[in-house]
Design a binder for this molecule. Structure first.
Ligand code: 5GP
Length: 211
């Protein structure tokens, strides 16, 4: 166990097509961090380059609903006709081991995490402009026309919920956005309420007493 802290839950959201996946890769490639990615579960069909257990755990609707019933999801949501959710057990284990666990999830799921995990940090990735997002969604080529339209509509709604997050990072340039997220994570660790407990016993401060 590291001396400096317990784990930190980092929730990243942003509209479909904003470049979350690319930013996440850049973030994980940076040196000197203890980040782990929580692989979500989904009922969506895998895209041609996706591998079960790497991008997602791909399951059937029945399997997903069973997990919900058994209370095994930290959060879940329906997104454009499919379920997406975060399996609870692994996240819990990793936080207890002092890791920084990154969730990349949509806004409804993020708000459920807000209710359940009081000290998580919430980061919204925004596009430089709405036009940039629409162009990207149309040119990505991973969805058919009907699904693209749905995702564009959804993206508009999601942008409108950005104010519920602790931070908004604009994806003007991938490296820049990843640097900002890392800076946020580091700053969060230094927050008084995450750090002060180490000194309480040393200074004879009782639990819940102000420093
Ligand atoms: P995609 O189909 O493009 O991989 O993902 C669609 C949306 O689902 C994205 O906004 C992505 O962030 C979100 N998503 C992925 N995993 C989860 C999850 O575990 N929970 C929730 N609530 N959303 C997720």
């Amino acid at each position: 166990m590291k001396l400096d802290d317990k784990g930190l839950l980092v929730v990243i959201s942003g509209p479909s097509g904003v470049g979350k996946g690319t930013i996440r890769s850049a973030l994980f490639e940076m040196e000197g961090h203890d980040l782990v990615y929580s692989v979500s579960m989904t009922t969506r069909k895998p895209r041609s380059d996706e591998i079960n257990g790497r991008e997602y755990w791909f399951v059937t609707k029945e399997e997903f609903e069973k997990k919900i019933k058994e209370n095994k999801m930290l959060e879940y949501a329906e997104f454009v006709g499919n379920y997406y959710g975060t399996p609870l057990e692994k996240v819990d284990e990793q936080l207890k081991a002092g890791k920084e666990v990154v969730l990349e999830i949509e806004v409804n799921g993020a708000m459920q995490v807000r209710e359940r995990v009081g000290d998580a940090v919430f980061i919204f990735i925004a596009p430089p402009s709405y036009e940039a997002l629409e162009t990207r969604l149309r040119s990505r080529g991973t969805e058919d026309t009907e699904h693209i339209k749905e995702r564009i509509e959804k993206a508009k709604k999601e942008l409108g919920l950005a104010y519920q997050y602790d931070y908004i990072v604009v994806n003007d340039e991938v490296k820049n956005a990843a640097d900002k997220i890392m800076a946020i994570i580091r700053a969060e660790h230094a927050r008084t309420e995450r750090t002060i407990y180490k000194y309480n016993s040393l200074l004879g401060v009782k639990k819940n007493e102000k420093f």
